[in-house]
Design a protein around this ligand. Structure first.
Ligand SMILES: *Cc1c(COP(=O)(O)O)cnc(C)c1O
Length: 409
């Protein structure tokens, strides 16, 4: 089949799935709009601040909008929190004390979190160095569900935080929809209301019309250069949750006693507001791109997860390329179709912190933003590529065609 007919066939197959996404986009856009209006967002909130940033209404209002949107009591939304890992680390160091125990409910966490916890490498300042112990419960039913019983059994008297990772990250497991976390959240809170349930929500925002905090999670953390930044936020991360959790975390954000009262931003918060407004749409574009890619490669007989019509809880699409040549050609095709650095040719390289060589395509406006179309893969069998993002579906579709040409299928 030639590329155009393959894409058209795949697109026809996806129509029903696309319609369902557009219904969620409407619900989420309505939610964002209501939060903006309830907080009376106005032009004055776009004024920059300097120095201590006392009474920065742009910052404070943005935090209230996030809290409202996530059904949470309070929020930290800051350009000064460098990335998702920094926000997750901030959260853990805010909530945990020496002698406490951290329990992961979703198996081995995201790569960078292993270093924060002290599971791999020996970077100074890890939780381990602070005498915080760690254990994990594996997911059940072929990595598709949280094993509530196992998590409950692994709770210790000094367990203070239970971590749920929503996205598959770069593992061949299922991502979790917020409603799938409820059983665990309720079971833990019934026996141990003092335990904080923390969700790594990276890549999950706006996929469904509710977030983990709506189902009782104590705190939910994510990056602003992924979903909730809508492709416009230039940097930063957010944390939303209960007053009790956010108070502990904000003491680490700046200083005990200062918390969220300080922190200026000499640029404007305008792109953060506009990005949040765009986010339900941008996430839908990224999802449509992922679904089209899944269908195209399914038609070519390749293995994908999730399948094009399976329920989704994050924007990541995994595709098994089977052969290193195909994988490299695919990634190079995605890069070649990028608006930025389109002439760069990605090659596998020894990235610090990874055991296998890694190849990545990222031709993005915001450096490293994975809500923009990007692809990455470790160079190991079965040569699975992880594709995510896409600011517009049109671009996603064009990039797929370029990648297929490079693959000479
Ligand atoms: C992106 C991501 C993070 C944080 O990564 P950063 O690159 O530091 O923003 C953490 N967990 C998951 C599941 C992620 O997808």
């Amino acid at each position: 089949m030639d590329i155009l007919s393959l894409i058209s066939q795949a697109e026809r197959d996806c129509q029903r799935v696309f319609s369902a996404l557009e219904a969620t986009e409407i619900l989420n856009t309505r939610r964002v709009l209501s939060a903006f209006q309830a907080e009376d967002v106005a032009t004055r909130h776009f004024s920059p601040s300097t120095g201590y940033g006392y009474d920065d209404i742009g910052r404070d209002t943005l935090e209230r909008v996030f809290a409202r949107l996530f059904g949470a009591e309070a929020a930290i939304v800051r350009p000064s929190v460098a990335c998702g890992t920094a926000a997750l680390s901030l959260c853990l160091f805010g909530l945990l004390r020496p002698g406490d125990h951290l329990l992961s409910a979703t198996g081995t966490p995201y790569d960078t979190m292993e270093t924060v916890i002290g599971l791999s490498g020996n970077a100074p300042g890890s939780l381990k160095e602070m005498n915080v112990s760690y254990s994990q419960a594996e997911m059940a039913e072929e990595q598709t569900k949280i094993d509530v019983k196992s998590v409950l059994e692994k709770i210790q008297p000094n367990t203070r935080v239970i971590l749920i990772q929503r996205s598959r990250g770069y593992a061949w497991r299922s991502s979790l929809r917020p409603e799938e976390m409820k059983a665990l959240i309720d079971a833990v809170h019934a026996v141990r209301p003092d335990i904080f349930i923390m969700v790594d929500n990276c890549y999950g925002e706006f996929i469904t019309d509710q977030e983990p905090t709506h189902f009782g999670a104590d705190v939910c953390v994510g990056s602003l250069i992924k979903n909730p930044g809508g492709g416009l936020a230039p940097t930063g991360a957010y944390l939303v949750g209960t007053k009790r959790a956010i108070e502990l975390i904000e003491a680490r954000l700046t200083a005990p006693g200062l918390g969220r009262e300080v922190g200026s931003y000499a640029a404007s918060y305008q792109p953060f507001y506009q990005g949040l407004f765009m986010a339900p749409h941008t996430v839908t574009q990224a999802l449509k791109t992922a679904i089209l890619a899944a269908r195209v490669f399914e038609l070519l007989g390749m293995k994908t997860t999730p399948a094009f019509d399976a329920p989704r809880a994050d924007i990541i699409q995994a595709i098994e390329m089977g052969e290193p040549e195909k994988l490299i050609a695919f990634v190079q095709g995605i890069q070649a179709a990028s608006p930025i650095d389109g002439s760069a040719v990605p090659e596998p390289w020894d990235m610090p912190g990874y055991t296998d060589q890694v190849i990545m395509a990222a031709g993005t406006f915001v450096s490293g933003a994975s809500i923009e179309l990007s692809a990455d893969a470790p160079m190991r069998a079965p040569f699975t590529v992880y594709l995510q993002g896409g600011l517009t579906y049109a671009h996603g579709k064009i990039a797929l065609m370029t990648a297929l040409e490079k693959m000479k299928l």
